[in-house]
Design a protein around this ligand. Structure first.
Ligand code: GAF
Length: 407
């Protein structure tokens, strides 16, 4: 039996101490402060955000930490605990395509805040993270969101509120800036669920996000009270949304919406779905692809509604079939799973999971399994064994509990 590797979350104190100490070392002196923001897992509602749909993420205890000191000029100097050396960006030159790699998310955010009319200057910053990178757990949104609350604080923008009394409307503005940074400067055409989760989720709750109007509802989410647990499996199959297939999926949905004469696919209710699919199926290969993409989006939005109904009825254990159906839809209709994700889901189910599905954008990344609390080790061991037998990289595991947003 393989021994599962667990991805530990740093404590807030440890994360802050790491970036603070490194800051003193490389930038001489103290930062103005330390901020942090969580990664996320999405419980259900995948590839619905850019279609005006519903999603249900939780914030993870795994966070990205930033020690930052404002500068009077436009220079941004960045140091990461995950690499050697430093990066420098001149904020006055930031535009689509001008910044490479992870600094594009940070400089892009400062750029987006300026575009929105907020006076933001340069800064020196050290960043470090226990959100696994490239694992579909929103390391990029955690990075953007940590800088969003940092810049909000040092420039007194008054958007984030306090840790005890977060300002949701202001955080929605910060989330929009993060999305612009990601779409326009980092070049990843993502939807907005991840930034909303990192900035607007609440500890102990799942965030019901309505991407049509940006409204949110906090749904109490306490699996432990039901002797359940949410096991997250980082399959180590790397993915990136700045390249290729994610954008192709999004373009296909947008083209289908145009053909159907709707603003977003949210307007296609389950009742309207059969006739919409009939219209899209024009005998062409692209028509056939759009049929499957739209069927996923519409049924997935309906599954979010049903999932929330189970939670509100006090039956979190009743969502297993919805998770399984979500995975099948993402595998067969949306075609965003991969061998590692499918193997994880099949193995977890066979080992007794109540439900399992990929989470996030797919093409690699992570899957989640709802399990009896007493079965966490057993299911994780079964998945680790299955990967070893298949000759795949060893996956890593964590147990997700809904944690606090950026602060
Ligand atoms: C990625 C994107 F960043 C999100 O916006 C969302 O579309 C998700 O994939 C799929 O639900 O995480």
């Amino acid at each position: 039996m393989s021994v599962p590797t667990w991805i530990d979350a740093w404590t807030l104190e440890d994360g802050a101490a790491r970036v603070r100490a490194r800051f003193a070392e490389v930038f001489d002196g103290e930062p103005d402060g330390v901020w942090s923001a969580p990664g996320r897992v999405n419980l259900i509602g995948e590839h619905t955000d850019y279609n005006g749909g519903l999603a249900l993420p939780i914030a993870l205890p795994h966070r990205t930490y930033v020690a930052l000191r404002s500068r009077p000029d436009d220079v941004v100097r960045l140091v990461s605990g995950q690499e050697q050396g430093s990066r420098e960006v001149d904020l006055s030159t930031v535009a689509p395509g001008t910044v490479e790699g992870w600094p594009s998310y940070v400089a892009g955010l400062a750029w987006a805040l300026r575009q929105a009319g907020y006076a933001v200057s340069g800064f020196d910053a050290v960043v470090d993270s226990c959100v696994p990178y490239g694992s579909g757990l929103s390391s990029s949104a955690a990075l953007e969101s940590a800088f969003a609350v940092a810049l909000d604080a040092v420039h007194g923008l008054g958007l984030a509120g306090t840790a005890d009394a977060p300002d949701d409307a202001g955080r929605a503005v910060l989330a929009d800036a993060c999305v612009r940074a990601e779409n326009e400067i980092a070049g990843a055409p993502t939807g907005g669920m991840d930034q909303a989760a990192s900035l607007r989720a609440r500890a102990g709750h799942a965030l019901l996000l309505d991407c049509l109007d940006g409204s949110v509802r906090q749904e109490p989410f306490d699996l432990a009270a039901h002797d359940l647990a949410l096991l997250v499996v980082d399959t180590k199959a790397e993915h990136s949304h700045a390249t290729g297939e994610y954008g192709v999926r999004r373009a296909s949905c947008e083209a289908a919406a145009v053909r159907l004469g709707v603003g977003t696919l949210r307007e296609i209710t389950p009742e309207l779905l059969p006739q919409a699919l009939e219209r899209l199926a024009d005998g062409s290969a692209e028509g056939d692809v759009q049929v499957r993409r739209v069927r996923h989006v519409v049924t997935e939005i309906a599954r979010v509604v049903d999932f929330v109904a189970e939670l509100e009825a006090g039956r979190p254990g009743g969502v297993g079939a919805l998770m399984d159906a979500s995975h099948v839809s993402l595998r067969d209709d949306y075609e965003v799973t991969c061998r590692e994700l499918d193997l994880t889901v099949e193995t977890a189910r066979a080992a007794g999971a109540i439900g399992a599905r990929m989470t996030g954008g797919g093409f690699g990344g992570s899957a989640i399994a709802l399990v009896e609390a007493s079965a966490v080790e057993h299911v994780a061991g079964a998945v680790a064994d299955a990967f070893a037998t298949a000759g795949l990289h060893a996956p890593a595991f964590l147990v997700a509990t809904p944690a606090a947003p950026a602060s």
